[in-house]
Design a protein. Sequence first.
Length: 259
Amino acid sequence: MKKAGIVLTSLLLVVGLVSGCGSTAPNDVKVIKDRGVLKVGVKVDVPKFGYKDPKTGKVEGFEIDLANVIAKKIIGTEKIETTAVTAKTRGPLLDSGDVDMDISTFTITEDRKKSYNFSDSYFTDGVRLLVKKSSGIKSLKDLNGKKIGVAQAATSKKAIQEQADKVGAKVTFLEFATYPEIKTALESGRVDCFSVDGAILLGYLDDSTTILADSFSPQEYGVASKKGSDGLTKVVNETIAELKKSGELDKMIQKWGIK
C-alpha cells in the first residue's frame, strides 16, 4: 500500500507539472486573442491584392479582405494592424515578431517551408512578362540580350532563368525593392521587361504596355507565419477551407478582378 501511495503521488506530481506547463506555455492563437488585434504583413504596392491609396492612405485589396476574415475567426472581429512589406522584408518582420503573419503574395516553396510555416494555398498564379508595346517583343525568346526587372528576393528571377535557358535566350536581371520602381525602370528604358506574377502585373498594365502570353512556374500563395506557430496555421487552414467550400473565396477573387 505504501509503495502504491508513492507511485500515485508521483503520477499526480507529473500530471500537475505537465498541466502547469500547458497553462503557462506561449500559445500563438491565444496571444492574438488576448491582444485583440491581428498583426499582418501586407503588400502596399500591388493593386487588387494589397495597395495603399495615396489619397486616402487606406490599404485595400483581396489579401486585406482575407486578413480581415482570419482576424474575425481568431478574435471575433475584423480588427487588423497592417505593416507594409516587400519580398525582401517580409521574412525578417516575421522573425522579429513585428507581425503575426504575412499575407503578401508570398509563394510557397519547399525552401521557404524550412524557415516559415505556410498555410494551404489560397491563390494560384504564374510568372508573366510585361513589356512596352512599342518594343516588338512577343515572347521570352525575343528577350535574348535584354534586361529584365524583378523584385528582390522574389521567385521570378529563378523561374525566368530556367525558362530562358530552355529557349536559348541569354537574359540579365536588375533587382528592385518595389514594383513601382520596376515599372519606372521599364518606362525609362533601364529594363526591357517587368516580370512578376501575372495578377500583380495586371495592376501595372496601361495603354503603352502589354502582358505576354508566356506563363512560367505556377505560383501558389500561402499565409506565412513563424516556424512552430502550428496553432495559428491550423486556424488559417480552417478559414481558407471554409472560404473555398462556401464559394466565398471565389467571390472575393471576382470582387477584385484578379482572375
